[in-house]
Design a protein around this ligand. Structure first.
Ligand code: ZN
Length: 82
């Protein structure tokens, strides 16, 4: 089950932070150029980001298909099994 973070959180993308998204959601990254989707390592962002806004996470999102790193977005890829 895939969904947009804006639909999950109910805020505009630019104001959403990692803290708005519970830990059981699995995050993915989507390329703004070619639409390629891939897994996104939340723990890595947690550790390395200076702030927790998703819009600044694009610097950690590089498309593995076309190498684009501009305006890529995080989406909800699914839920952790329990
Ligand atoms: Zn791409």
């Amino acid at each position: 089950m895939e969904m947009e973070v804006t639909a999950l959180v109910g805020k505009a993308y630019y104001e959403i932070t990692l803290d708005d998204i519970a830990g059981w959601w699995i995050l993915g990254g989507r390329c703004a150029c070619c639409g390629h989707q891939g897994p996104f390592n939340r723990a890595r962002l947690d550790k390395r980001a200076q702030n927790r806004l998703l819009r600044f996470a694009s610097r950690f999102l590089i498309c593995t298909r076309c190498r684009n790193k501009q305006h890529n977005r995080i989406y909800i890829a699914g839920k952790m099994p329990r």
